[in-house]
Design a protein around this ligand. Structure first.
Ligand code: SF4
Ligand code: SF4
Length: 385
């Protein structure tokens, strides 16, 4: 298991002087960029979830990526910045994403934006718990080292999207719904995400928590100023610290809980947290109530069991719900890996029996019209647990 040091520093804006100063304080306690050598190919895996402006806090802010790239170029590295958002992994699609997210700025300091849209198949990954074989975006494997640069956000299925979840962008966008279907409960999905992190082993992970996203994340939530940057060589410990910043305990973030269980991450007590941002915790951060796992009902069998399951599911399970603002674009229906959404009178209808609660519909609705709903009974139960 790698070093458990996590550095958290205050950074209150994306102003270039403040960013520069914050980066100095952020990197030195964890050894700086000492692993970067002249001529090395460095892939900076940012979060470019969709074509959206940086002010919306859904993507890694370009001012931060620019500062990191500037430092890497000064060290003589060849730097490529990229991601595979939800959608086609093609030059035409990414062109729009790079422009909207402000990521073209990194070219000013000599970094390049990824233009390799091929994918590679890994036939055998024996160390994986879930992801024994998979397909990933080739640009990451052509690098000598990967720096994982994530955004701090809420997430319908995982509770939080930060450093561990960011590496899911290694999967080509159009294949992501299939992965949601294959790993349809939150434990399997979290194990799959950890497998991806173990495969790529980013040398350094950084989380942009200057302006985070709360509420209906990871694409259509609200901007919440948190004012921190966090970094570590241990991606799991970094997320455990980030979770505490937004008032989540590891048991509410499956990737954190499972990383500890798999011996890859440390408990909050064991992590060595340093920096002037340690202790910052936003107690009224609007988090998403994570769904209960479907296995919860596994002990109920037979017809009575099925009826009980159905009742308990509708009474207790967090689910996607259509709220206001739907424009009938059918993106949710197209992205649903379970085929649970049909369109009627230009409005989506969800078949609750088929729904696997992956929240892809919520993540990719361009209008924020699909939201995560937790039934009253589930909220009441959570209070007495
Ligand atoms: S819920 Fe969102 S994605 Fe689905 S049809 Fe309406 S606007 Fe489009
Ligand atoms: S309806 Fe939404 S949450 Fe349910 S399976 Fe389809 S995309 Fe996933």
């Amino acid at each position: 298991m790698c070093d458990s040091t996590v550095c958290v520093v205050k950074c209150n804006s994306y102003d270039s002087d403040e960013v520069k100063n914050s980066f100095d304080r952020l990197l030195s306690p964890i050894g700086g960029l000492d692993f970067v050598k002249k001529g090395m190919k460095v892939a900076v895996k940012v979060n470019l979830v969709t074509a959206i402006k940086p002010e919306k806090a859904a993507t890694t802010h370009p001012a931060l990526v620019l500062e990191l790239c500037r430092r890497l170029i000064e060290l003589g590295a060849e730097v490529t910045v990229g991601d595979s958002p939800g959608g086609p992994f093609t030059g035409i699609y990414l062109k729009g994403v790079y422009s909207a997210t402000g990521m073209r700025r990194v070219c000013d300091v000599g970094a390049r934006l990824n233009d390799d849209f091929s994918s590679t198949v890994c036939d055998s990954f024996p160390d994986a718990v879930k992801l024994k074989s998979f397909e990933y975006t080739s640009w990451l494997s052509s690098a000598d080292v990967i720096i994982n640069f994530a955004k701090l956000k809420t997430h319908g299925m995982m509770g939080m999207s930060a450093a561990v979840k960011n590496m899911f962008g290694a999967i080509p966008g159009t294949l992501k719904p299939e992965y949601h279907y294959r790993f349809s409960n939150s434990r399997d999905f979290a194990d799959m995400l950890i497998d991806i992190d173990e495969f790529f082993k980013p040398a350094l992970s950084i989380v942009d928590g200057v302006d985070a996203m709360e509420g209906n994340g990871p694409t259509m939530g609200d901007v919440r100023h948190v004012g921190i940057l966090a970094a570590s060589k241990n991606v799991y410990d970094l997320d455990t610290v980030c979770a505490s910043v937004i008032s989540l305990t590891p048991d509410r973030v499956p990737t954190c809980a499972l990383a500890i269980e798999r011996g890859l991450g440390h408990s909050a007590k064991e992590i060595r947290a340093v920096g002037d941002g340690v202790g910052i915790s936003i107690c009224d951060f609007k988090n998403i109530d994570r769904p209960n796992d479907i296995e919860f009902f596994g002990g109920l069998i037979g017809i009575k069991g099925k009826l009980a399951n159905k009742f308990l599911k509708s009474a207790l399970c967090t689910r996607p719900t259509l709220s206001r603002g739907c424009v009938g674009c059918r993106k949710c229906a197209d992205v649903c890996p379970a085929g649970a959404i049909s369109m009627k009178d230009k409005k989506p209808r969800i078949d609750r029996e088929k729904c696997i609660r992956c929240f892809c519909c919520q993540e990719f609705c361009p209008k924020g019209a699909m939201t995560v709903h937790r039934p009253l009974a589930a909220r009441a139960l959570a209070k007495i647990r």
